[in-house]
Design a protein around this ligand. Structure first.
Ligand code: AHM
Ligand code: MG
Length: 338
């Protein structure tokens, strides 16, 4: 395909990728297109979030007589809807839903993939106009085609992801996705309503100067984690510093910034919540895949996130993720005896 324009849309890019892989069916590119469509719909609603008092509060009926849904419920419905009606997805597991959903129609039964997603991460930030996001991981199903998706399709290790991505609804809206071939970022061009390739072949800088952690929990963290945070604070020019602390409280925005600029993001376990807050399937695994493809690392403090065998859909995991050298410095501290 010879496209003379400089900028490729998400659809053009994914189709171009399919054409380079012999025997590819295009199912993955169709799935990414479906996710892009849902993201655009969610983006429209996120941009209107400040108008909620005018248009009607969630749970009420708006001036057009329509039910106003909470934004995270809306986002969940959009992503579930496009995947249900597409040709590539046999079922979904969502942070919003207690159980996974297997699509029962005959096209879905014969589809190759299942998707785990967090439809609207950081939704506590909506009211105050701070970036929020969607996170997704795509797995090839292990149950046989023709049957409906099964729980084992969703409880796969993160290494089994064929693609993972996120959408950040921010000062501009971006969709970043990775396959084993690389990570690429697409910015929504509002004038044509298309995601366009803006960040080709993203590489996470091996060194960075940003560390991101909830300092309010400092005294709840393990002593070794406290020691690493101390090290971050004491960096000066002689040892690669000074470091800057940046913590938005929206993981998508925090990890996105660190992926582009270099940095480390941590959500450690605490005394009260030893497994931390973040969910393995919907938050940790997709980001671990993307950051690893881009040259960074992700662990739970003991093992690679991508090697953890999930046992429950909603299980949580501590997360340390980011630039390779910073992660190795952290691992050096965590490996030391008390
Ligand atoms: P959510 O899935 O309920 O939105 O929570 C996840 C969010 C992440 O985006 C963010 O990194 C984290 O919660 C912030 O938590 P805290 O306020 O405890 O630091
Ligand atoms: Mg979340």
């Amino acid at each position: 395909m010879n496209i003379s324009r400089k900028v490729l849309t998400l659809d053009e890019y994914t189709i171009q990728q399919v054409r380079q892989i012999p025997n590819a069916t295009g199912e993955l590119s169709a799935l990414l297109r479906d996710i892009g469509l849902a993201a655009k719909r969610v983006n429209v609603e996120v941009n209107k979030a400040g108008l909620v008092d005018i248009l009607g509060d969630a749970g009420s009926v708006n001036v057009q007589g329509e039910d106003v849904k909470k934004l995270d419920v809306f986002a969940n419905d959009q992503f579930t809807g496009v995947l249900r009606h597409g040709i590539s997805c046999a079922g979904i597991a969502s942070e919003e839903l207690d159980d996974y959903v297997a699509f029962e129609d005959s096209v879905s039964r014969n589809s190759k993939y299942v998707v785990c997603f967090d439809p609207l991460d950081g939704s506590g930030n909506i009211d105050v106009n701070v970036s929020i996001g969607t996170i997704f991981g795509v797995y090839r199903r292990v149950s046989s085609k023709g049957s409906i998706a099964a729980k084992e399709d969703f409880l796969q290790k993160g290494t089994q992801q064929v693609a993972a991505g996120y959408v950040v609804y921010g000062s501009s809206t971006m969709l970043v996705y990775a396959t084993r071939r690389g990570a690429n970022g697409f910015t929504l061009d509002q004038s044509i309503g298309e995601f366009t390739l803006s960040h080709p072949d993203i590489k996470c800088p091996p060194k960075g100067k940003i560390y991101s952690v909830n300092h309010g929990n400092f005294f709840q963290y393990d002593k070794k984690v406290q020691r690493y945070i101390d090290i971050c604070q004491k960096k000066d020019k002689s040892n690669g510093g000074p470091y800057t602390q940046r913590y938005i409280g929206s993981m998508v925005a925090d990890v996105h910034r660190n992926l582009i600029k270099g940095g480390i993001f941590m959500y450690p376990g605490t005394v009260d919540k030893p497994k931390g807050k973040l969910r393995l399937l919907y938050e940790c695994n997709p980001f671990a895949f993307i950051v690893s493809v881009a040259g960074g690392k992700a662990t739970n403090g003991i093992q690679r996130i991508l090697d953890i065998q999930p046992t429950e859909l909603h299980q949580r995991s501590p997360l340390f993720i980011g630039s390779k050298d910073m992660m190795e410095e952290l691992e050096g501290e965590l490996d030391k005896k008390e």
